[in-house]
Design a protein around this ligand. Structure first.
Ligand code: PGA
Length: 259
């Protein structure tokens, strides 16, 4: 099962996640990172940036992107990844990919399908993802794989749930400006990463976290697919852990982990 680490704060989680990435890149300078957007991974990126590692050879693949925004739109994940990941970490922009980054606004369904297929090919050509950072949505999504997503799904176009659009409206002028569609790595794609690091903070994530880590594996709770992965570290604060049945055990296991 996943190693579940319950921490005091997002900053503490960022320290742990950043050291996992540091260990990886010190072993392999051209490691392949799977990067996530949203508020959750920010403390990880901040801590990692402060380590001032040489990450110029690291390759990175984002989980997802909105469909219908110009790549230059400040809230496109292309822009967000550039601003919050590529620049502060000192990644080489040519080694950072976002799904559909070759598309222009108004791309038709065929172009989107080809972009999704091309993205899968690019991940495979890079040798697969070594470590994938994941947030989890209140709907239980990882990437933008909303409930009902096939556990074997690959990168493709999805429709965002109303709840996800509401959750992300804080980044836009109005709810109407939040795109309805996205292109996201599939659950099958995410499962192929060699290591998963799932982060979640806050009471509003508690139900999704409990469903993902302890619920039945089900397409209705897409995050639960991580239970099929052999190497998962879930780092959550006490509020996000508040519905975990075995929280005491996870705390005990972490305190007494074998050195
Ligand atoms: P958040 O989003 O980090 O902004 O909470 C997580 C997600 O939707 O996957």
């Amino acid at each position: 099962m996943a190693e579940v680490v319950i921490v005091e704060s997002a900053e503490d989680a960022g320290e742990i996640a950043a050291s996992l990435i540091e260990t990886l890149v010190l072993r392999r300078a051209d490691a392949v990172l799977g990067v996530a957007t949203g508020s959750t991974p920010i403390s990880t990126y901040r801590t990692l940036a402060a380590k001032r590692l040489d990450l110029t050879r690291v390759r990175a693949f984002a989980l997802d992107e909105y469909v219908g925004l110009e790549p230059g739109h400040p809230e496109s994940y292309h822009s967000v990844i550039h601003r919050e990941v590529t620049l502060p970490l000192g990644l080489s922009p040519s080694l950072v990919r976002v799904p559909g980054d070759s598309l222009t606004r108004g791309a038709d369904a065929t172009a989107l399908d080809s972009a999704a297929e091309e993205y899968e090919g690019a991940i495979a050509a890079a040798g697969g993802i070594d470590l994938q950072i994941l947030g989890i949505g209140a709907t239980g999504h990882i990437g933008f794989n909303e409930p009902g997503s096939s556990l074997a799904s690959r990168t493709r176009v999805k429709t965002l749930m109303h709840q996800t659009r509401l959750d992300n409206a804080r980044f836009f002028d109005s709810l109407d400006d939040v795109p309805r569609h996205c292109i996201t790595q599939g659950l099958g794609t995410i499962l192929e990463a060699r290591q998963l690091v799932l982060l979640a903070f806050g009471e509003h994530k508690a139900e999704a976290v409990a469903g993902a880590l302890e619920g039945p594996v089900s397409a209705s709770t897409p995050g639960s697919v991580v239970q099929l992965h052999p190497h998962v570290t879930a780092i959550v604060d006490a509020a996000a852990a508040s519905r975990l049945r075995f929280a005491d055990y996870y705390r005990d296991a972490w305190e007494n982990r074998p050195r």
